[in-house]
Each structure stands twice: as structure tokens, then as C-alpha cells.
Ligand binder design. Structure first.
Ligand SMILES: [Zn+2]
Length: 245
């Protein structure tokens, strides 16, 4: 297993550069003992960036999770045991963190008002989308969702990362019944602890993605599209306003 920086702390999540050791290589693939590169998963695209070492360098074009994390690369290949430096494309990754955290927030607000489940999501740099079921709302109602989301952002609720016992999460009415929770329920019974992302006192959700540490980093959520996908499914697409910092 490759240790992943983002899993246990905000500090780890905000790692842009790191050092690691090469554990294995295959043509076009580098595997490390630890990594800050996020692998594709949970609706969040993989990170991209570079891996450099004394004698060479490679561009990381994709990252996938097998047993270890596989960095898909173009360029040179290091030797097993080499020390490397990893560098993330931070503007892309930080957008994903802001977008992913707003996905939890939007899902929580829609669930709070309409009781709808999140049944799919796709995080992007420029825009993201969430599928809800069952959900049927008009533009005025969508504006109210947007206001409530942005009201929570202005309150700057804290985001926390924790490990929770699966037995405390299962059949707990406070846990959002989302795609994430649908997926975690399919994990083998041997998995007894789960990584959980909590937003203030409004949302608790098992998730392995990357998130910002406070809601104010999101900026402002604007819904740009509302698509009826049939059988009571509604797709909401949003983008984020600029942030000051
Ligand atoms: Zn998440």
C-alpha cells in the first residue's frame, strides 16, 4: 500500500511538493512508498504534475489506484530505491479540493431541504455536476438552494477529517445516504474503520477524496444548469466564484 498524504490531515492534503522512495517501476509507471498525487476516484479526477530525481524526470499524466498507487508517466524511469521529488499541478488540484468540498455541501443542503440522495457526481476544474434522486425543483427553488449553500460558506464552517468505526456509521440517520455512502456500504466486512469528512454540524460523509479545510476557501457557488435526466433524476451543474487570497 502506498501511504497517501491527504488521508489523515489537512496539512497532508495541502502538500504540493514531497519526497519519496521508488518501490517499483513498469513501462510508463512509477510506484512510490508515499505520494501526494490523488488517484482518479469518487468522481474526482487524478492529479497531474512531475516526478524528478538525480538522473531524470517524468511528467505524471494520470494516477490510478491498484494495490499501490500507479503514477502513469511520460519521460524517464527511475531505479527502484531512488529518492524522488514529486510536484503537483497545484492550481488544478486546489480547484478539485474546492469543487469536491462544495459537492459535499450542495449534496447536504439538497438532502436537508428535499430529502434527495446524491446518486452520482463529476468534479471538474471549471464546473462540477451532481445527480440527485428523487428531485424536481424549479428555478426559484434552485435559487433558494444556492442562497443556503452560500450562507453556509459565509459562516466559514470548519471541515474535519476523522476515522470512524463503520458500526457507528451504518444505519445512522445522521449519515448522508449519498453515492459515497452507497459505495462504502459495499466495502468488504473486514473494513471496520472509515475516513469521514465532516462539515460543521451539517454533514458527515465517508469519503476518500481531497477537501479544503474551511468553507470560505470555496468562494461562492453558482448553479449554471438544471437538467432533467428522467426517472426523477435531476442533474445540477455549478461553478465557483473567485476567491480573494
Ligand atoms: Zn469528498
Amino acid at each position: 500500500m502506498t501511504e497517501q498524504y491527504h488521508m489523515n490531515s489537512h496539512e497532508g492534503t495541502y502538500t504540493r511538493e514531497f519526497e519519496a522512495k521508488v518501490e517499483a517501476t513498469f513501462p510508463g509507471i512509477i510506484e512510490l512508498d508515499k505520494t501526494a498525487f490523488y488517484p482518479l476516484g469518487g468522481g474526482q479526477p487524478s492529479d497531474i504534475g512531475t516526478i524528478t530525481w538525480n538522473e531524470g524526470d517524468a511528467n505524471v499524466t494520470d494516477v490510478r489506484k491498484k494495490n499501490r498507487i500507479r503514477h502513469i508517466v511520460e519521460g524517464d524511469l527511475p531505479e527502484v530505491g531512488d529518492s524522488i521529488k514529486g510536484n503537483l499541478d497545484w492550481s488544478r488540484r486546489y480547484s478539485h479540493m474546492r469543487m469536491h468540498t462544495s459537492q459535499h455541501l450542495v449534496s447536504a443542503v439538497v438532502n436537508e431541504i428535499y430529502g434527495s440522495d446524491t446518486v452520482g457526481n463529476q468534479i471538474g476544474n471549471e464546473k462540477s455536476r451532481i445527480d440527485f434522486k428523487p428531485l424536481k425543483i424549479n428555478q426559484t427553488e434552485l435559487n433558494e438552494v444556492e442562497d443556503k449553500v452560500n450562507d453556509y460558506i459565509s459562516k466559514d464552517l470548519k471541515v474535519t477529517i476523522s476515522e470512524e468505526l463503520r458500526s457507528n456509521l451504518e444505519n445512522n440517520p445522521d449519515i448522508r445516504s449519498s453515492m459515497s455512502s452507497g459505495l462504502w456500504k459495499m466495502l468488504p466486512k473486514s473494513v471496520t474503520e472509515l475516513r469521514v469528512i465532516t462539515i460543521g454540524d451539517i454533514d458527515v460523509c465517508p469519503c476518500a477524496g481531497t477537501h479544503v479545510k474551511s468553507l470560505k476557501e470555496i468562494g461562492n457557488v453558482s448553479f449554471i444548469k438544471r437538467d432533467n435526466k428522467g426517472s426523477e433524476k435531476l442533474r445540477l451543474t455549478y461553478n465557483l466564484g473567485d476567491i480573494d487570497s
